[in-house]
Design a protein around this ligand. Structure first.
Ligand code: SF4
Length: 572
């Protein structure tokens, strides 16, 4: 699998080429970074024709390795103005890999809204006029009826069409639920290219090349045995990521009232425990659900109402915290409805959830006004002024409403962990080339890390660096973050070796024991090089001032990691 598919939207042509040597050692996030670094002018307009949109399965994509079908979507971000990778589950990466492609690069700009179909016979183009004005749920339903059950889709919603900076790209799971390449406004990049939807069908194709099948099976079997039964997986396998609500609540790090408090008095109503109890009683609901083939964790869910009517799939911790506690909304059904409205508009629940809290702080809505928040998100589809504002994320919303406390780094809203309590995660938010993002290297205490104190101001740079490198490698290999966190917990040395052994079985190459961390470090270096050339510097690697000034929680913590330690993260 060493071919690249280039789709030129200006000319409506597609070409296939052997991947250049420089691209071969990467997949996923590393490959999107490498392609952008070599092919996209760092100072270009993110919504101009010079920007490229890259979809890349990881190095393990399409193989039998557990949870290895994640896809990296890359482009210069209209939100951070730097390099961006948005990572998603769903069926797309595995299908692209089975068609024999390391990456699909969308270039140029179509004259009118266009749909691209990719299958074993090649690439075709058609008008997307029939999808105009539809929300993402209607688009997916229409495509499913037209292209059948073996296809999967990636599309933009109204927010992407309008070029809003919190616009995401929506992908489908094998059973046609939505998974989202959420962060950084890459839906606006897709919209700017007039690329409305992509249909991929891998029927009759398996061009994935595995050099040593037996060796792959052996290493995959060892990896799977190693991770099943780990502490990290216990809760995930029956509550999914909503299990984190009560963990951050107990730690005092659950974003509440626009990051002014770390505990919410209605947190139990939003918890994974409550969700599990609720959904077990509801028809057509599922408390565990896999977003892709080969997932051994199933951390997703299908959320229905008390009559068994579908609301959303899946509801995740980050959405619950940023739409829920951070807006003082303690009703999980309403959080699920607002999440579904975000999916329909095609926006990031994290940036829009954060924007809702900022709008509440700015007086546009009352704290806890769930109905008002839902209506405001629904205004995105209608393209009203307030809808466009909220669909552009927390920074734009805060600036328009004159709010001083805007929780963002490089223009991207913080994920749902207060950095005054989780200081290593705060360093990652500050210094990741991706902007504030938990998937870039969250640093957590736990049984796997008994000596680590998350509130100490020193030593956090080292912890953050390790996790940033680790996650950059996990995203490059194509593993899901959930299994990536688990690999670290149990006998990490042996699991590292099994990960390396599995890759070696796929490529036929040999790698040193240090391969994984070296890979992550090299990806971060490429990303930082792009960002420097785009004009970002150390002054952009800072949390908003209120985190360093406002005392927080009973122990009156502030984020007090020194600028020197922050700046040392990427200098080792
Ligand atoms: S663990 Fe969760 S996010 Fe990861 S692949 Fe499985 S269902 Fe998807």
């Amino acid at each position: 699998m060493a071919r690249i598919l280039r789709v030129n939207l200006s000319a409506l042509t597609a070409t296939t080429e052997e991947a250049p040597e420089a691209y071969r050692k990467f997949g996923g996030r590393g490959l999107t970074a490498c392609i952008l670094d070599r092919e996209v002018p760092p100072t270009c307009d993110p919504l101009g024709a010079e920007n490229k949109l890259v979809w890349a399965p990881g190095l393990m994509g399409g193989t039998i390795a557990p949870c290895s079908g994640r896809m990296s979507v890359g482009a210069k971000s209209p939100m951070t103005k730097g390099i961006k990778e948005a990572n998603t589950g769903g069926a797309m990466a595995q299908k692209i890999a089975r068609l024999g492609f390391k990456a699909v690069i969308f270039e140029g700009k179509a004259k009118e809204p266009t749909m691209v179909k990719i299958d074993k016979t090649g690439v075709s183009f058609c008008s997307a006029a029939s999808l105009a004005g539809l929300g993402c749920y209607a688009i997916i339903e229409k495509l499913k009826n037209e292209y059948g059950k073996n296809a999967c889709f990636g599309c933009t919603g109204p927010a992407g069409d309008m070029g809003l900076t919190a616009a995401s790209i929506m992908f489908t799971t094998p059973d046609f639920h939505i998974r989202v390449a959420a962060r950084g406004g890459l839906g606006a990049v897709m919209g700017s290219k007039n690329l409305k939807a992509v249909v991929v069908d891998d029927a009759g194709s398996n061009l994935l090349e595995i050099k040593e099948t037996h060796k792959l099976k052996e290493n995959v079997s060892a990896l799977t045995k190693g991770v099943l039964g780990t502490h990290f997986l216990e809760g995930l396998r029956h509550m999914g990521t909503p299990q984190i609500v009560m963990i951050t609540q107990t730690a005092g790090a659950l974003p509440t009232k626009n990051f002014s408090m770390g505990q919410f008095d209605k947190a139990e109503n939003l918890s994974g425990e409550h969700m599990e109890e609720l959904l077990k009683k509801r028809a057509n609901a599922e408390t565990v659900h896999a977003c892709m083939k080969g997932c051994i964790i199933s951390c997703s869910n299908i959320y229905t109402d008390e009559n068994g009517k579908f609301i959303v799939a899946s509801i995740e911790y980050e959405s619950i915290a940023l739409i829920g506690s951070n807006c003082m909304i303690g009703d999980l059904d309403m959080v699920a409805r607002i999440n579904a409205a975000c999916n329909d508009a095609g926006v990031d629940t994290m940036d829009v959830g954060s924007a809702l809290a900022v709008a509440m702080e700015g007086g546009l809505l009352q704290w806890g006004d769930a109905e008002g928040a839902l209506k405001l998100v629904q205004e995105i589809n209608a393209g009203t002024e307030n809808g466009r504002m909220i669909g552009s994320g927390a920074k734009v919303t805060g600036e328009k409403l004159g709010v001083k406390r805007i929780p963002h780094v490089k223009g991207q809203a913080l994920s749902a962990y207060d950095p005054r309590i989780l200081k290593g995660t705060g360093v990652t938010f500050a210094t990741s080339p991706q902007g504030a993002d938990h998937t870039a290297g969250i640093v957590l205490p736990g049984p796997h890390h008994p000596e680590y104190s998350p509130v100490e101001p020193t030593g956090q740079g080292r912890e953050s660096r390790f996790m940033q490198q680790w996650m950059a490698a996990i995203d490059t290999l194509g593993y899901c973050m959930m299994i990536g966190m688990t690999f670290m917990e149990e006998k990490p040395k042996q699991l590292h070796l099994n990960m390396i052994g599995a890759l070696s079985a796929v490529t036929g190459e040999t790698y040193p024991d240090t391969y994984i961390m070296d890979l992550g470090a090299s990806v971060l270096e490429i990303e930082r090089r792009f960002n420097r050339a785009a004009g970002l510097s150390e002054k952009d690697d800072r949390l908003p001032k209120f985190f360093t000034e406002e005392k927080f929680g009973p122990a009156q913590f502030v984020f007090d990691v020194t600028p020197e330690e922050i700046d040392s993260v990427h200098k080792q």
